[in-house]
Ligand binder design. Sequence first.
Ligand code: UP5
Ligand code: MG
Length: 190
Amino acid sequence: LAQRKPTVVFVLGGPGSGKGTQCDKIVQHFGFTHISTGDLLRDEIRSGSENGTMIQRMMKEGKMVPPELTIKLLQKAMQECGNDKLLIDGFPRNEENRAAYEAVIKIEPKLVLFLDCSEEEMERRLLNRNQGREDDNIETIRKRFKVFKESTLPVIEYYNSKGKVRKIDAGKPSDEVFEDIKFFFTSTCG
Ligand code: UP5
Ligand code: MG
C-alpha cells in the first residue's frame, strides 16, 4: 500500500459537522475514494461478524472501538480500493488511533480538513437526520460531543502543529462549505 504512494486526506470534525456530506462532493469533483471508518464499522455490524455485537455496543454509547479493529478494516479498504487518492472520514479520532495508523499504515496525510461547527448546529442536524442511526439520540449525541472535544481535538492540534490542518467554517449551508473546501483542494490536490 505504502509503495503505491497514495495521496491521503483526513476529514475530521464533530458529529454532524458534515464530513460524509462534504466527502461525497469531494469525490464527485476531485476523483477521490471516500472511506469512512464509521461506515466500515457499521458494515461490520451488519455482516454479523464476531466483533459486530461489541462494535454495536460501543457505538451506541458513543465510545471508541479498539484501534486494532478499526485499523484492520481501514487497511483492508485502502488496499482494496484501486484509487491513489483517498479521503479518510472520521479517522484518526484519538491519539491511540493515530499511533496505530502511524505504526501500521505509515502514509502521512497530505492534508487534514477540519470541519468546524458549533455544537448547537451539529445537535440540530443529528436530531433531524432521521436515518435510524442508533447513536442519533440526545443522550449519545452528548457523549459523542464529549469524546470529540477530549480525544479528537488534540489529534487535530497535533496535525495543526505540523502545518497540515485546513480549518473550514462548516456551520454554513453545505454548498458554501464546499466552496471553501474547493479552494484548498484546487491548490493542494487538484
Ligand atoms: N448536513 C450536513 N451538512 C450540512 C450543512 N452544511 N447544513 C445543514 N445540514 C447539513 O451530516 C449530518 C446531517 O447534517 C445530515 O442529515 C446532513 O444532511 C446534514 P453528515 O454529513 O452525515 O455529518 P458527519 O460529520 O458525517 O456526521 P456523523 O454522524 O457521521 O459523524 P460521527 O463522527 O459522529 O460518526 P461516525 O460514523 O464517523 O462515527 C460513529 C461512531 O463510530 C463513533 O461515535 C464511534 O463510536 C465509532 N467510531 C470509532 O470507534 N472509530 C472510528 O475510527 C470511527 C468511528
Ligand atoms: Mg459520517
